[in-house]
Structure formats: structure tokens, C-alpha cells
Design a protein around this ligand. Structure first.
Ligand code: KIV
Ligand code: ZN
Length: 516
């Protein structure tokens, strides 16, 4: 509970826009809607849902989220160009609580080499664009891109002009992650002290993590007058990513004594949201990641364990349950019913429709027969596997591989499609997985190049499910597939088949974003 004098800080989440820009992190519409709903449950104030002019996929996602996900302001990004702004508005216009975010680079490097515009032209464009956006909507955010490397006098001039033109939020990006905390504190306090109309807008910050300083820089900014932090789940984003939502929120909460600021974030939703985003994007959270990493609350050293047993606060500054780690990790078994599964799925951050729940329940029963203890991670893996399955496509029926070290394996594989079964037996590949992948390619008629392949355990124990992620290149486009099973070879085979099915329906990870 924050003290009554705490200053409110707006949390602007850009996982679906800047986060999605990181290589291999693109999401389909269904996945974006799921993340948007999870962000609302988490309590974020603003969701940047996409950059509508860049692709039909982004446009549709912004439109769907603006019209079907209530509970947060939905924002669409646009460059300072009329067609961008019109397209952003087209996507947002049916939503009840929306914001247009326009941006234009202001630093000397960007002016000279990227835009080839002088300072006066930048101000003219920024003003014209904010005014144009304002004809559609009151809630306008303006970002001088690469603000942290912009001359301080010119930054003040641009910000003042954008506010006069109608910007209600001015966002100060450290686009290339160049700032350091005391430098960035100076950038913000300079604006607070020198821009005459600064009180008419909220100052926002958007820090990239190239030097690992995004969270520190964001905290330095709010200490000096910023009122909004732009951030992403798990710190996803361009290159080294953005300010991590979970870290900055927990810093403000844990050190409320120092910052005296509060957010609307429902912190026990942090871990489920982090897991959801990691599962959907395939970006694995490092074990020692602050707040949401698996080891974030694990105490290994004897002295620490002894201290913890005597008094938790000797070595713990936050409670695991405050960020969403539960002690009831072992939850379900073969006697658990559909209601218990529905309840656990909700707690893990998944909103399953009745038909989805039925399908996952079927998988759960099969798994519970094989495995005594079904953990949260197992349930998440089953849900994710179902989420990525594509109806009426290739299904795995059976396989058998004989592989001996140093000899070419022999594989027999049966797949089905609709009511028809297809089988092959062949001697091929340089290992069991290679052989299975080649047999799948033969039966489906799709030839691909594997670009990434990973297997990790969904939970602990010898009988843990393996979760596999495969990324394949098909005619220059990337497709991702996911699979889970207690048998890692089967998990990988399912993941590869899932990627093939995605090729068939054109759910690609690359090439969806047009050039801007
Ligand atoms: O990093 C950046 O400058 C951005 C802007 C579009 C805000 O992402
Ligand atoms: Zn950015």
C-alpha cells in the first residue's frame, strides 16, 4: 500500500509495438489480443498496440485492440506524415479511449543523415503533425526521436512548439540507449526548468537498454519530473530492448520510501504476464532476470538460507508472492477437474474460451496420466501448444526412429490431414531429429532451412515436459513453431510440424511488416 502522498506515474506499455520490433518477436492477431488483455489485467494505463501504417497486421491489431479491449488507453504510432496519422486514426477511431503518438527525430545526426531537414523544418513538421492529429483526437503524444542526443536548446524549442500545437504528452526517448542516469536527469530537469508551457503536458520517457541503463535512466527521469514511463514486459524491444516494466514498477514500489511514487500495476500479475509474453514470443527469460527470472527469489548459499529461515527480510527485499510467484506451484493431478484447470489457467494469465478449455483439458488428462505432478509450467505449455495449433492441418499420428551413433537413422512417420493418413519410411539424416524433420518435409512437400531450434524443460523433475521452439526459413520468410511433450523428440517433432502448418496458412514471423 503506497502512502497517500505518493505521486502517480503512468505506465505506458509498448510490448506490442517496440517489443514486437525485436527480431523473432512478431505476434499474430490472436496473440496480440491475448497480450493486450493480460496488460489490462496487469493494470497498465496505456497500451501502444502497434504502428498502423507499417502493415495490415499492425493496422488490424490496433483496430481490434482499440475496439475490443476495454480498460486502458489504446495508442497507435505514426511518423510526422499525414498518411501515417490518417492511417493511425483509421485504426483507432472506433475505440472509446485512444491516443495518437507522433514522432520525428530531432538530433543533429538524424537531421543531417536520415531526414536531411534543418531545425526550422523539423519544428514546422512537428507542429503541423500534432495539429493534424489533434483534428482527430484530444489525446496526442509527441516524441522527438533521439532526444537524449539532441542539443538542449533545440529540444526545449521543439517540445514547447509541440505542446503549443496541442500535444498532451511529450515523450523524451533515449532511442539508442546512450544516456546515463545523471545525464538523463539533466535532460528532463532542463525541460522542466526552461520550457514555459511544460505544465500543460505530461513528460514521458522511453529508454533503450544498449548500455543496460534503461531502468536507471527512467527512474532518474521520474525523480526529475517525468510522469509517464514507457516500458515493455521482459524488457523486450529494439536491439537490447526497452526499460523493463517489471523492474521499474518494482523499484518504485519497493523503494516507495525514497521515490514516493505509485503506479496502478497489480504486481502479482507480473510473473504470469512475463510468462505469457515469453511463451508467445519465444524469447526466454534469463534465469537470473530481476523480478521475474526463475532464480530471482532462489537462495542457494547456506548463510543466506540460514538468514532467511531466521528472518525473511535478511536477504529478501520483496515477497515472491508480491510479483506473482506462488508457493502452490504443484497444483493439479489426474483427479483434478475442468473447473480447477480453468481456475489455474486464469491465475496463470490465460483467458480460455469454453472450446479452448475443453481441448486443453483433454491434453491435461493425457499428461496427468503420464506424469504424477502437473505444475504451472506444464499447464502453460499445454495452453501454448493448443494456441499455436492450426485447425485442419497436418497432425502427428505416430513415429519410430532407430538411431545408432555414427550410422544413418531409419525413420517411420505417419501424419494425418483431415481424414487421410500419410506414411513414409526412410533412411536419412544425421540424427533422429534430422531424420524426423526430413520425413515431415517429404510428406508435407515443404522444404525448409532450420534457423533456430531449442528445447527447454517446462517444469522441474525427470518427467518434466520438454517445450520446443523451432524457427524455419521458407522461401526467405521466417516461420515459428512450438511443441510440448514429456518426450523431447516428440516435442521437437510437434514444433517442426507446427512451423510447417504455419507456412501453409501464411503465419510468418517476418515480412509481415511493410517498409516505412
Ligand atoms: O526509441 C524510440 O525513439 C521510439 C520512438 C518511436 C518513441 O521507439
Ligand atoms: Zn523505442
Amino acid at each position: 500500500m503506497s502512502p497517500p502522498n505518493s505521486r502517480p506515474i503512468t505506465i505506458f506499455d509498448t510490448t506490442l509495438r517496440d517489443g514486437e520490433q525485436s527480431p523473432g518477436c512478431s505476434m499474430n492477431l490472436h496473440e496480440k489480443l491475448e497480450v493486450a488483455q493480460a496488460l489490462v489485467d496487469l493494470g497498465v494505463d496505456v497500451i501502444e498496440a502497434g504502428f498502423p501504417i507499417t502493415s495490415v497486421g499492425d493496422f488490424e491489431a490496433v483496430r481490434e485492440i482499440a475496439t475490443t479491449v476495454p480498460g486502458a488507453t489504446i495508442c497507435g504510432l505514426a511518423r510526422c506524415r499525414k498518411p501515417d496519422i490518417d492511417r493511425a486514426w483509421e485504426a483507432l477511431k472506433d475505440g472509446s479511449n485512444v491516443r495518437i503518438h507522433v514522432f520525428l527525430a530531432t538530433s543533429a545526426i538524424h537531421r543531417e543523415f536520415k531526414l536531411r531537414m534543418d531545425k526550422q523544418e523539423i519544428i514546422r513538421r512537428a507542429v503541423e503533425s500534432v495539429r493534424h492529429a489533434k483534428t482527430y483526437c484530444d489525446n496526442i503524444e509527441f516524441s522527438p526521436e533521439d532526444a537524449a542526443r539532441t542539443e538542449s536548446d533545440f529540444l526545449c524549442e521543439v517540445v514547447e512548439a509541440a505542446i503549443s500545437a496541442g500535444a498532451t504528452t511529450v515523450n523524451i526517448p533515449d532511442t539508442v540507449g546512450y544516456a546515463t542516469p545523471s545525464h538523463f536527469a539533466g535532460v528532463i530537469s532542463n525541460l522542466v526548468n526552461r520550457v514555459p508551457n511544460i505544465d500543460s503536458a505530461v513528460i514521458s520517457v522511453h529508454c533503450h537498454n544498449d548500455l543496460g541503463l534503461a531502468v536507471s535512466n527512467s527512474l532518474a527521469a521520474v525523480e526529475n519530473g517525468a510522469g509517464q514511463i514507457e516500458c515493455t514486459i521482459n524488457g523486450l524491444g529494439e536491439r537490447a530492448g526497452n526499460c523493463s516494466l517489471e523492474e521499474v514498477v518494482m523499484a518504485l514500489r519497493t523503494r516507495n520510501d525514497y521515490y514516493q511514487m505509485q503506479t496502478n500495476i497489480n504486481t502479482p500479475r507480473l510473473v504470469p504476464t512475463s510468462r505469457l509474453v515469453s511463451n508467445i514470443t519465444g524469447m526466454i527469460v534469463q534465469r537470473n532476470k530481476a523480478i521475474v527470472g526463475r532464480n530471482a527469489f532462489a537462495h542457494e548459499a547456506g548463510i543466506h538460507q540460514d538468514g532467511m529461515l531466521k528472518e525473511r527480510t535478511t536477504y529478501e527485499i520483496m515477497k515472491p508472492e508480491d510479483v506473482g510467484f506462488t508457493h502452490t506451484d504443484l497444483v493439479l493431478g489426474k483427479h483434478s477437474g475442468r473447473a480447477a484447470l480453468a481456475d489455474r489457467s486464469r491465475a496463470l494469465g490465460y483467458h480460455l474460451a469454453d472450446a479452448q478449455l475443453d481441448a486443453v483439458f483433454e491434453d491435461f488428462k493425457a499428461l496427468a496420466d503420464k506424469k504424477k505432478e502437473v505444475y504451472d509450467g506444464d499447464i502453460a505449455a499445454l495452453i501454448e501448444q493448443r494456441n499455436t495449433q492450426i485447425a485442419d492441418q497436418w497432425q502427428l499420428v505416430t513415429y519410430e526412429v532407430q538411431a545408432t551413433n555414427g550410422k544413418t537413422p531409419t525413420v517411420t512417420l505417419t501424419l494425418s490431414r483431415g481424414n487421410q493418413e500419410y506414411s513414409t519410411t526412410k533412411k536419412c539424416g544425421d540424427g533422429p531429429l534430422d531424420a524426423l524433420f526430413m520425413a515431415i518435409e517429404e510428406l508435407t512437400g515443404k522444404s525448409v532451412v532450420v534457423r533456430d531450434f531449442r528445447v527447454q524443460s517446462a517444469t522441474r523433475g525427470k518427467d518434466a515436459q520438454g517445450e520446443s521452439l523451432v524457427e524455419v526459413d521458407y522461401n526467405g520468410q521466417l516461420f515459428r513453431g512450438r511443441g510440448a511433450s514429456t518426450d523431447t523428440v516428440e516435442a521437437a517433432t510437434r514444433a517442426f510440424l507446427n512451423a510447417i502448418n504455419r507456412i501453409e496458412v501464411g503465419v510468418s514471423e517476418s515480412g509481415r511488416r511493410g517498409t516505412v
